[in-house]
Design a binder for this molecule. Sequence first.
Ligand code: FAD
Ligand code: NAI
Length: 475
Amino acid sequence: MNKQFDVIVIGGGPGGYIAAIRAAQLGMKVACVDEWKNKQGGPALGGTCTNVGCIPSKALLQSSEHFDQARHHFADHGIAVTGLSLDVGKMVDRKDTVVKQNNDGILYLFKKNKVSFFHGRASFVRVADGAYEIKVSGASDETLLGQQIIVATGSTARALPGTPFDEEMILSNDGALRIGAVPKRLALIGSGVIGLEMGSVWRRLGSNVTILEALPDFLGAVDEQIAKEARKAFDKQGLKIELGVKVGDIKTGKKGVSIAYTNAKGEALSLDVDKLIVSIGRVPNTIGLNTQAVGLKLDERGAIEVDDACRTSLPGVWAIGDVVRGPMLAHKAEEEGVAVAERMAGQHGHVNFNTIPWVIYTNPEIAWVGQTEAQLKAAGRAYKAGTFPFMANGRARALGDTTGMVKMLADAATDEILGVHIVGPMASELIAECVMAMEFRASSEDIARICHAHPSLSEATREAALAVEKRTLNF
Ligand code: FAD
Ligand code: NAI
């Protein structure tokens, strides 16, 4: 007999597993189907984020940062390190342990919330009496019936045309997270989020890293002043970034990878490296879903077409996360998952796209929420800007980490905060206060009047708010 559910969630990444838990909390009978396998062939819930994305990359960023600190910065604190050595195998094993803790944590959460989990690939079979028949192909095949479906099948790395990933020399994010020894020479194509994060990991561990980027501007989506400050820091660290390049033929041989490219001046060059990471964006993943069986509509990018509320072209079928429009971020996927579950329960689920934070976990970290100066100018919106450098923040000086600044943009007339842009220490944590302020439609004066602990990096946010009115106290 078919197993019947109120909701079947396809995909157990941050979008899917959170949607499943929220729907179960709201009293629905929920199944979640996910096909990711760990090394032993068992389930590995958490999707791209947990297995080959957010979590493992942050584990390696942390380990490599410790190494870099010990190598270059402990001496500033009077700590001499002799005989420093690196065990990449152990570092990668630690990362795998962190991933497994997260995989197991989600399985536990499913049990706790009574979500039925099926390990295998889900595909649409047909609509029968208003319910959707879903086939699960896994260790044992199953047929499930769901009144409503949430598709949360995520995304996969985009390959360069004619250069498929072999995960030995031409690596996607997957291979980039399990390189077994430090490559002497490493190239990355694309200086977006993955390019900068993974480039940073391997540079810190000793690789000679070159990033080739097609666009003429560095981090075009980031506020220009912040991107410039970050670029200065990366240049100082020895991360080579070439902008405005056109990548040509890529050849692999016994000695490594040879990349032909034309630089911004139009000169034909070639770069020889041991490994190449291709980080040129990701594509929505609908492989194996058999969308044609039920007529689920995709858009021109291959993403599942949805409206503002994540409703697809089919009644009772919703889609969330990387497989639909919008930024490819774990927390965006989670927000959509919660909102959809609440809408199914007749509540008013809501995602505010204006207050989704972005973080790039480099050193310095880059984080922002809301609009950049360029966007405000383009929209003709009158604004005031306040900046405060970490150089003038006592905690940053004590940490020995004074690169960067906090920049706040507020409406010229109402003082409502329109955007906050941070480059510097713990920007990933500092941005939370700014997101909350914007969610409550706070003014810069509101932040300026809030008591912030001393000494703390958060005082730089308050000072940036004071700077909007040109009345900083410590600069
Ligand atoms: P996914 O996480 O991709 O999950 C989809 C799941 O569905 C997978 O488990 C897949 O196996 C499963 N699936 C697909 N098709 C089927 C099917 N037919 N049947 C059954 N199961 C199926 N975002 C951040 O916010 N912060 C970060 O720091 C960050 N770091 C990243 C670092 C890297 C290297 C990468 C690649 C991405 C990073 N991201 C980060 C992006 C983040 O991982 C994604 O935005 C997020 O995982 C999207 O969640 P999702 O649930 O939509 O899809
Ligand atoms: P990205 O979109 O961030 O960057 C891709 C870069 O590659 C762009 O700068 C683009 O101009 C460049 N590019 C594209 N084609 C090119 C070509 N042929 N030659 C040279 N350059 C080319 O994509 P990325 O870094 O692959 O990451 C994918 C997504 O994963 C991110 O957009 C983000 O949504 C998510 N992610 C989020 C992280 C975070 O939140 N900290 C960390 C890592 C990934």
